[in-house]
Write a protein that binds this ligand. Structure first.
Ligand SMILES: [Zn+2]
Length: 251
């Protein structure tokens, strides 16, 4: 689990990102009951040396919940969101939408609104009542993307837990790395840049309420915590991704 306490300098747009650590940290208080957590998606670190003679067996069934979830009774047409496509490749809005709709399709409920608003002025990293998706400059080139989650700390625990309510999320793609759209999705063609839909699907999992998984065994799951250029396998949800979503939203 990689939950970053935000060291946000919203005004300066510079993120102070610590090296990945695997520990739960308390959310940053925005008001006494509203906390903020940030999930940063990193490039897969290079593995030195030869591959292990016995690769870790793949486990596609696992998931981990963050705790909070949306109160969908408030969003009968699904959670609305705004996409600011400035800085992204042509066609990015449809790819973001497809990434989020993959989660929708995993449940019997309407999770995300079918029609995102397009707004080239929408902003990020701030609790403003809007679920923004945008491309922004994050100086650290190891950072691919990130999701901000604001939640109501209903149990007063100071950290994400079941029973807490997601109030808003912002998804940010780093313009310091190169973006594109794989022409054949998960087909044989590989692009040499980050595929929008691949990353949007992973980030969408945080919006849904799922945590990162970093063990090698989970490398084929959408919620595996690292990505590489040209990767597209996160586009399709695996059993664990689907089970986690259903655990949250299917009665
Ligand atoms: Zn992640």
């Amino acid at each position: 689990m990689k939950r970053f306490l935000v060291a946000v300098a919203v005004a300066g747009l510079m993120l102070s990102l610590a090296a990945p650590v695997a520990m739960a940290k308390p959310g940053k208080p925005i008001t006494p009951k509203v906390l903020e957590a940030v999930f940063i998606h990193y490039e897969e670190p290079a593995k030195g040396g030869r591959p292990a003679p016995t690769p870790t067996p793949v486990d596609n069934t696992y998931y981990q919940l963050l705790g909070p979830k949306w109160d969908l009774a408030k969003y009968p047409s699904g959670v609305p969101y705004i996409v600011n496509p400035s800085g992204g490749p042509a066609g990015a809005v449809a790819e973001v939408r497809a990434g989020l709709e993959a989660w929708d399709a995993a449940t019997g409920v309407e999770l995300f609104n079918d029609s995102p608003t397009i707004d080239s002025n929408s902003w990020w990293g701030k609790l403003d009542g809007k679920n923004n998706v945008s491309w922004q400059v994050i100086g650290d080139g190891r950072v691919i993307a990130g999701v901000w989650v604001w939640y109501q700390d209903n149990d007063g625990s100071g950290t994400m837990s079941a029973g807490d309510e997601v109030l808003e999320t912002d998804m940010v793609f780093n313009t310091s790395v190169r973006w594109g759209i794989d022409p054949d999705g998960e087909g044989p063609t590989k692009i040499k840049v980050y595929d929008v839909r691949n990353i949007a699907t992973h980030e969408g999992g945080h919006v849904v309420g799922l945590d990162d998984l970093y063990s090698d065994a989970y490398r084929d799951l959408t919620m595996y915590g690292y990505s590489s250029k040209g990767e597209t396998r996160k586009i399709s949800l695996e059993v664990g991704d689907i089970s986690g979503t259903q655990a949250l939203y299917d009665p």
